[in-house]
Design a protein around this ligand. Structure first.
Ligand SMILES: Cc1cc2nc3c(=O)[nH]c(=O)nc-3n(C[C@H](O)[C@H](O)[C@H](O)COP(=O)(O)OP(=O)(O)OC[C@H]3O[C@@H](n4cnc5c(N)ncnc54)[C@H](O)[C@@H]3O)c2cc1C
Length: 92
């Protein structure tokens, strides 16, 4: 895995990491995202893609999979670089 010079490195492509890409993007910061899993979405995508979620403000219900799809659509314009299937095991 090679991280080029970037503004922010986010470890974890779960909902928190994906929305961090959005918030950083709003500030004009470019992100690279590392996740050991082969897909983004964290627990929502890996453990319960079909289970309904009822506690997202403004969304009466969605699934773990559709939440992930929505988060990915929300950050698309910021063009984050993903390093999937890669574990962050040290910081220098
Ligand atoms: C069965 C189940 C049902 C749930 N239902 C709900 C619900 O209905 N409503 C609700 O609000 N919450 C629910 N939750 C909880 C919710 O899924 C979590 O709160 C949420 O996923 C946390 O998001 P996160 O981005 O902080 O972490 P995670 O989703 O855990 O994502 C963290 C990511 O970081 C990656 N990672 C960690 N360390 C490294 C490393 N060193 N290198 C590379 N990658 C790394 C992991 O692979 C993972 O993909 C549920 C959880 C489970 C298990």
């Amino acid at each position: 895995m090679t991280i080029r010079q970037t503004d922010v490195v986010i470890i974890g492509a779960g909902p928190a990491g994906l929305f961090s890409v959005f918030q950083a993007g709003q500030l004009g910061l470019k992100c690279e995202v590392i996740d050991i899993l082969e897909q983004p979405g964290g627990q929502c995508a890996e453990l319960y893609p079909e289970k309904p979620i009822y506690d997202i403000p403004g969304i009466p219900h969605c699934s773990g999979g559709s939440l992930t799809t929505g988060l990915m659509a929300q950050i698309e314009r910021f063009a984050p670089i993903f390093h999937l299937g890669a574990q962050a095991d040290q910081l220098e």
